[in-house]
Design a protein around this ligand. Sequence first.
Ligand code: HEM
Length: 196
Amino acid sequence: MGWPLERLRRVRFVRRFSRTERTLHWVNAAGFLLLLASGLILYLPRLSVLVGRRPLIKDVHLWGGIGWIGALAIVVLLGDRRGILRTARELEVLEPSRFNVGQKVNALLNAAFALLFLVSGLLLWFGERDTRFRFTSTVLLHDILMYAALTLLVGHLYLAVIHPATRHSLRGMTRGTVREDWAKRHYPRWAPPPAD
Ligand code: HEM
């Protein structure tokens, strides 16, 4: 008797994401999903008719976009800035470490997309008020970004929530820790700090 306790004792956890990293991720995800939903309502004629209230949805989309980037900046400014800088440096080098190559490419693309979404979105907004800011391909860029970001998101959600081998990662993004044996198997080159 007593073996379940033994087994429980052997399950050790290591720290995967700091509080700042997790806050940044979830603020980013919430903002992105709000913009995706409001953007799709503006973009798809059927949804547009179904929901109506176009001026309101447009306001939600515009201020949601500004709020999204602003909220990310606030999390970085008030959070563990050094830790975020360390993570950014880790992501710059494509060799696997705490993240595999796919995750690094995903993170870099997400950062580039956020910037391009912001620039093209602001140009669309200014363009409505001043013809000097009107360019023929701004709408196209904004739309292509949406398709690309949506494709990445579907893959990301599959790995984070459905795929049996990888979905344990969700614990890292919610509680901050993952099982040590899982970490060793998935990230052999990562030397994780123990969970406190
Ligand atoms: C709303 C549902 C979402 C869930 C459940 C989710 C889940 C996760 C998990 C579990 C990780 C950690 C993977 C690891 O252990 O390394 C992660 C990382 C990450 N997530 Fe999400 N995420 C969501 C939405 C988003 C959205 C909307 C974006 C961006 C638009 C995003 C961008 C990222 C990035 C850039 C990373 C770091 C690199 C990577 O692991 O690919 N996530 N997410």
